[in-house]
Design a protein around this ligand. Structure first.
Ligand code: ADP
Ligand code: MG
Length: 341
């Protein structure tokens, strides 16, 4: 096993104007769990297919440690990359039992039946499906089928596991259960994992690192905590977590994290060049002495109300409140911090 390196990777499909993947450079550390996040059509699947070897890059290179997998001289076939890809449609054979499905890649590799039995039972244990070895896929739930697909990928002991929106077909409850399975699977297998999703909450909950893509380009790679606290640019700021982006007069300088005094001052100033400031709802307090804002909507979420507010100049702000507030009411708001995008 080794780190996976994408070096200035590009893909241009014939007959299209824009590159599907545009100069993407990225290192996934050995044993890391990277979520590749971005809106539909931004090039996530194309990146994954190039890593797997199903698609030849138009430019750039892919390496696994020191080993070149793809560049302008080399194109290693998918079956020689020591990788496994899990698809959205589990692609299980209906006429085979769970154990036969999981053992199939080993049979193809002509592994002895004793060895095969042992590895299948280890893989089924890793996804907690020991008791289902003799069932057929048709007798399993969607989540269980997804776990069979994971076990089948684990059985060949791949260095890199590629997952393309594996939970997109499941309902919310099952998705949460499966998120645990993926984390568990990652911890047990030690494999390097790349997980494609358009769901930011899923990416943040699962991965050790999040890479955000838009229109073929890589915008930012960081830990979930880092990308939440310090997003680079409007797009990442609006894609990750909740919040509002305010256009405010520039305070000058290059300070990114704006404190309460600065925020209150900027809210009262007008004119001059403006900057984009991301304000998270938990950094907005309903407290005397602040600007007056109007409650546009109040959504009861059980633990709290989620508020949409409107500032005097019409800009939207998000906040939480533990006390009930009425729509249309005017409330004083204090912004404790803002992040300059
Ligand atoms: P995502 O997985 O993020 O939704 P894709 O990687 O599937 O995005 O697609 C990225 C872009 O490349 C899209 O504009 C898509 O239409 C285009 N694309 C993908 N595959 C092909 C192909 N085989 N031929 C032409 N264009 C393609
Ligand atoms: Mg896709």
């Amino acid at each position: 096993m080794a780190q996976l390196i994408l070096d200035k990777l590009s893909k241009h499909f014939g007959g299209t104007q824009r590159a599907a993947v545009d100069d993407v450079s990225l290192t996934v550390r050995e044993g890391g769990f990277l979520a590749l996040l971005g809106p539909s059509g931004c090039g996530k699947t194309t990146v994954l297919r190039m890593i797997a070897g199903f698609e030849q890059p138009s430019g750039g290179a892919i390496r696994l440690g020191d080993r070149p997998l793809a560049n302008d001289m080399t194109m290693v076939a998918p079956e020689h990359r020591n990788m496994a890809m899990v698809f959205q449609s589990y692609a299980l054979w209906p006429h085979m039992s769970v154990a036969e499905n999981v053992g199939y890649p080993l049979k193809v590799r002509k592994i002895s039946s004793d060895d095969r039995r042992r590895r299948v039972s280890d893989a089924l244990a890793a996804v907690r499906l020991e008791a289902y070895a003799d069932r057929r896929p048709a007798d399993l739930s969607g989540g269980q089928r997804q776990r069979v697909a994971l076990a089948r990928c684990l059985v060949t002991d791949p260095a890199v596991v590629l997952l393309d929106e594996p939970l997109a077909n499941l309902d919310r409850h099952l998705r949460q259960e499966m998120e645990e399975t993926f984390r568990d699977f990652h911890a047990r297998s030690g494999a390097t994992m790349i997980y494609v999703t358009h769901d930011q909450a899923e990416a943040m909950a699962l991965a050790t690192d999040v890479a955000v893509m838009s229109e073929g380009k890589l915008l930012q790679v960081a830990t979930p905590e880092e990308i939440y606290a310090r997003p680079e640019g409007r797009l990442v700021g609006s894609l990750i977590g909740q919040g509002a982006i305010l256009s405010l007069p520039s305070p000058g300088g290059d300070v990114r994290l704006l404190d309460r005094e600065t925020m209150q001052r900027l809210l009262k100033t007008s004119g001059g060049p403006s900057i984009d400031v991301l304000v998270r709802p938990q950094d907005v307090a309903i407290a005397e002495g602040g600007e007056t804002a109007k409650v546009v909507s109040a959504l009861f979420e059980g633990e709290r109300y989620s508020l949409k507010l409107s500032l005097p100049d019409g800009q939207a702000l998000r906040a939480f409140s533990r006390l009930p507030v009425r729509v249309g009411e005017a409330v004083p708001v204090m912004i404790h911090s803002g992040w300059r995008l």
